[in-house]
Design a protein around this ligand. Structure first.
Ligand code: F6P
Length: 359
């Protein structure tokens, strides 16, 4: 039976979203279904008529899979259950969003999001009795029940390349180079890129560091005759006093940022080394996806459509033991995934003599 399905991207963008959209559109078209793209996440459903367009499979034959960002647009602001209004108050707009879904006359919707987006989408789906399937995406890789989410591999590749580019300039100037990366409250990007990019020091929010231990590591590196050191730090690492480093943007939005500069100043004073700091920021989200992200996005897109075909809803597709599987969305949201301190990557870093700032 022919179906009309919707698809939306929600939360921060990342590489691989377009590859996932393409997979959904192609798989649905092979089944004889129509795919409707909802524009700008749930914000598109607040519009009257809802912001959407039918996605023509022919549009996806060329360049779209290679492109960063999301052709549908997205938003990571404004929880519809407490939507910020212009006068400073907040209002529950969930009913209006559900109405928008209904107006599109969809048999089911595929939401591509991270933990925050899924918490909202699931609540909306429950409220409006909407058939929903989720595809996990986040450069932070902090969503539970899946070993990887779309966008993480590309973010790690970009951060690794940044270390590759910092190493020769560090060596040319006898400097300590600090690279601050994203990841919110989980240190996955810093840990993976730090190992792959040859960092001497990796700081992640999950490990409490001491400035003395880091300074001692820099000294040890110099004693081996090497004239430079590389350090990578997750944006959510706190100061030794337990303070978060935040940046406030226009409108009062707060985001992590700046711990690299704090550490750079302290360590320069303590070690006498010339120190420079790079905040990698949104560069980690903007690139063409790696082949791994394209594969993951393709497998996820196909599986998401096939779940709708089987009538299995309230599920998130996931990657486990080299297989694409499906899990309850609720379980994925609950199982927030920070770095496992007993896991292989932490053990590997330590076994290589990389300092995590605690020894
Ligand atoms: O969750 C993805 C992420 O890129 C985080 O790593 C980062 O802290 C945050 O989003 C940045 O948000 P924004 O795009 O609103 O600046």
């Amino acid at each position: 039976m022919s179906k009309r399905i919707g698809i939306l991207t929600s939360g921060g963008d990342c590489a691989g979203l377009n590859a996932a959209i393409r997979a959904v559109v192609h798989r649905a078209a092979l089944l004889g279904w129509e795919t409707v793209g909802i524009l700008n996440g749930t914000a598109g459903l607040l519009k009257d008529p809802p912001g959407c367009r039918v996605l023509d499979p022919n549009e996806f034959n060329g360049n779209v899979m290679r492109m960063g960002g999301t052709i549908l647009g997205t938003t990571n602001k404004g929880n519809p259950f407490a939507f910020p209004m212009a006068d400073g108050s907040s209002k529950d707009l969930s009913g209006k969003i559900v109405e928008g879904f209904k107006a599109l006359k969809l048999d089911a919707v595929i939401g591509i999001g991270g933990d925050g987006s899924f918490a909202i989408l699931k609540k909306l789906a429950d409220q409006g009795k909407i058939n929903m399937v989720g595809i996990p995406k986040t450069i932070d890789n902090d969503l539970g029940m899946t070993e990887s989410s779309v966008g993480f591999d590309t973010a790690v590749a970009v951060a690794t390349e940044a270390l590759d580019r910092l190493q020769p300039t560090a060596a040319s100037h006898d400097r300590v180079m600090i690279l601050e990366v994203m990841g919110r409250d989980a240190g996955h990007i810093a840990l993976s890129a730090g190992i792959a990019g040859g960092a001497d020091i990796i700081l992640i929010p999950e490990v409490k560091y001491s400035l003395d231990k880091i300074a001692a590591k820099i000294k040890r590196v110099k004693e081996t005759g090497r004239n430079f050191a590389l350090m990578i730090v997750s944006e959510a690492v706190k100061t030794p006093e337990g303070e978060k480093s935040m940046m406030t943007y226009h409108g009062g939005e707060e985001r992590y940022g700046g711990i690299g500069h704090y550490l750079g100043t302290k360590l320069a004073e303590m070690t006498g080394s010339e120190t420079r700091v790079t905040i990698l920021g949104h560069v980690q989200r903007g690139s063409s996806p790696t082949y791994n992200d394209r594969l993951l996005a393709s497998a996820f897109g196909v599986k998401a459509v096939d779940l709708i075909k089987e009538g299995k809803y309230d599920r998130m597709v996931a990657w486990q033991n080299r297989q694409v599987v499906d899990v309850a969305i609720e379980d994925a949201i609950k199982a927030y995934q920070v770095v496992d301190l007993k896991g292989t990557l932490v053990q590997t870093a330590r076994a290589l003599g990389i300092s995590l700032g605690d020894e």
